[in-house]
Design a protein. Structure first.
Length: 378
């Protein structure tokens, strides 16, 4: 027999045995308590699942330099910073992020600086008659941060050109210096490299070369510094994931905005003047100046964010009269992360350096036939 619950109207009395109605507000309180309990259990369950299944992006220790945590720089009087000659230092990365197995069990890449303050084996200043000599100017990309010397694009160029130009001695000098901009590269070339009598000078250009030096250093420090987590993020892995992703996105957006601002600044005007000046030196000293543009390793497909900036740099090179190689086509369609040194470091890795070397060598050999006679000795 089904019991019906009837609420007496005003003036009616409750019949014997009738079930009284619940006190006002009692049922909503139960529902609220049930809702809160369910929500807490769901959060605890999600937190446990995230921790047990190790969901979310992995967290790696920031990379660092050794010994002493810095780079052995000194400064030329009235000139740019340079490496101290005959020194050795290392980059150290978290081995857990080395999915390629390139960095070794200790995550260490060694850099040997020769007596001229440049990376790699030292060549005599006096060029061998008939030798084909290239000097590669640039910043940390050309230097090969996070990459063994033999895998840097200057070293790979030497191998590829040697095979393409039998009978000629090919010499490629890596004159890349970390933290350099275009003005620094030109000054270093005139003070230290011109005496090597190059036949070709490549100038590695990266999109932050038009960004003020202080801003570049600030951004680099922010990107490599470990995140100071908030209290909720130290307690909850889910909150930590959200906080880390938000910080990464904010830094990336800030970095991209700084790049674009740079091409509206006096730094970009200075870069254009430097290119004109180096091209004039090239005409006087009879070497080819080739600007090699490295793209940002990010969305290397139709949504690449700086195609318009590449066009502006190409136009500046044409206006300066120097040759130009855009490496974006060499990287187009590849997964950007697969070209990074490490998840904590977006410098080009050994694969990216190999692609750059091939593109540059293809350009050189298509415009100077292998085995061509060298220019008159200077």
């Amino acid at each position: 027999m089904m019991l019906t619950h009837m609420v007496p109207t005003e003036g009616e009395s409750r019949r014997p045995g009738e079930i009284p109605p619940p006190p006002p507000g009692r049922r909503p309180s139960k529902r609220l308590a049930l809702l809160i309990t369910s929500l807490v259990l769901a959060i605890v369950g999600a937190e446990a699942a995230v921790r047990l299944l190790r969901l979310g992006p992995p967290v790696y220790a920031p990379h660092r330099f050794e010994p002493g945590g810095g780079i052995p720089f000194t400064r030329i009087e009235n000139g740019p910073i340079v490496y101290q000659p005959n020194t050795v230092f290392c980059s150290v990365y978290d081995p857990a992020g080395d999915t390629r197995g390139y960095l070794g069990p200790d995550g260490r890449i060694k850099y040997e600086i020769n007596q001229y303050g440049m990376r790699g084996p030292a060549l005599p200043v006096e060029k061998t008659p008939g030798a084909y000599r290239i000097i590669c100017l640039g910043d940390s990309i050309t230097f090969g941060e996070g990459v063994r010397y033999a895998d840097t694009y200057p070293a790979r160029m030497a191998d590829l050109l040697g095979a393409a130009m039998p009978g000629r001695r090919v010499e490629v000098i890596n004159a890349g210096v970390q933290a350099y901009g275009t003005k620094d590269e030109a000054a270093f070339f005139l003070l230290r490299c011109l005496r090597f009598q190059p036949d070709v000078v490549t100038l590695g250009f990266f999109l932050n070369d038009a960004t003020a030096y202080a801003e570049t250093i600030r951004q680099n420090e922010a990107m490599t510094r470990d995140l100071d987590l908030s209290l909720p993020a130290r307690i909850s892995r889910i909150w930590e994931i959200i906080e880390r992703r938000g910080r990464t996105a904010a830094l990336q957006e800030e970095y991209f905005e700084a790049i674009r601002r740079g091409f509206q600044s006096s730094e970009w005007a200075d870069c254009r003047e430097v290119l004109k000046g180096l091209q004039q030196v090239g005409r006087e000293d009879r070497f080819r100046l080739i600007v090699v543009l490295f793209p940002v390793l990010w969305e290397l497909d139709g949504s690449y964010p700086f195609q318009d900036i590449h066009a502006r740099i190409a136009e500046a090179c044409r206006a300066a009269g120097c040759e130009f190689i855009d490496l974006l086509p060499a990287y187009r369609g590849r997964c950007a992360e697969d070209l990074w040194v490490h998840p904590t470091d977006q410098h080009p890795n050994e694969v990216a350096h190999g692609l750059a070397a091939k593109a540059i060598v293809d350009y050189l050999t298509s415009r100077e036939p292998p085995g061509a006679q060298p220019p008159p000795s200077r």
